[in-house]
Design a protein around this ligand. Sequence first.
Ligand SMILES: *Cc1c(COP(=O)(O)O)cnc(C)c1O
Length: 332
Amino acid sequence: MPEEQPETVRARLMSRPTPLEAAPRLARAIGLAPDDLWIKRDDLTGLGGGGNKVRKLEWTAGAARAEGATTLVTSGAAQSNHARLTAAAGARLGMDVVLVLAGAPSAGMTGNIVLDGLFGARVVWAGEVSEAGLAAAVASVAEDLRTKGARPAVIPFGGSSVLGARGYAEAGWELLEQAPDLSTVVVALGSGGTMAGLVHALGAERVLGVHCGAVADPEQTVSALVGGLSDGGTADRRAADGLRLRLDQVGAGYSALTDPVMAAMTTAARTEGIVLDPVYTGRALAGLIAAVHDGHVRPGQRTVFLHTGGLPGLFGHPEALRRARSAVTDTG
Ligand SMILES: *Cc1c(COP(=O)(O)O)cnc(C)c1O
């Protein structure tokens, strides 16, 4: 457990542990034995509709509060789950929230954006910007808040600072208590903090990250966070060597829906009654299916699929909705 950060820094935003559930029908459907596959339900972290960002916000928003901040500022894609959960965390902690989102307001504002508003966050639209452009917009929003007498704290993109990644080191230790014989945990890789925390707790060989196209260099992003979590000793730096990554599920880009991802979503829904999202968890399951197919994940090993949430994003993804709707009419 971290010594440098007193426990009072972290905010309590969820009850733990999240459930670890057997998924025998999904296991069989993807070529594993019924007993091999388990789902770690981090979609059930509770706050704000749930999802993996809650564990990171316990640390990042908690630190902001401990430093006397009045306002949380963060950024993301229009359908950012992290932005939605920052809005919810602000409501829970009695802090104002400003979200700087890429894109522009549109008539069909649905999914996460509706929830951002419901939680009382103010949304600033940054237009079509690069990563650097978004960061600049965040800096100017924070500066503006300061001149108005607020005390803003900026939470990084996806909540993936070293501090935020601590939340997933804890999740890794929690999972190890539930599944001591764990062989592989499969996780969607977005801004990298989730995978990095798990690698810190479980070792690189037990974590398979499926790149979702949110960052330019996923390996470098995760290694840097793993390095930051360690005390910097050589043994710890080596912990990031041999990261297991799948880069084959990005398709035409972050928000594009591929056939394997749609198939994975349909399979999870029809075998276990579990909803995945088109950007993250759908890609993670498509990556697991590919890993079973090419022998990187084998029957007879304890495999855990980390469900990181994202359900509201399904309703903000026109292409996924169109294809899900056509399934309704096809089976009529
Ligand atoms: C953000 C997110 C991820 C990826 O987590 P990172 O820590 O950003 O890599 C996975 N799944 C969902 C649903 C997310 O919102």
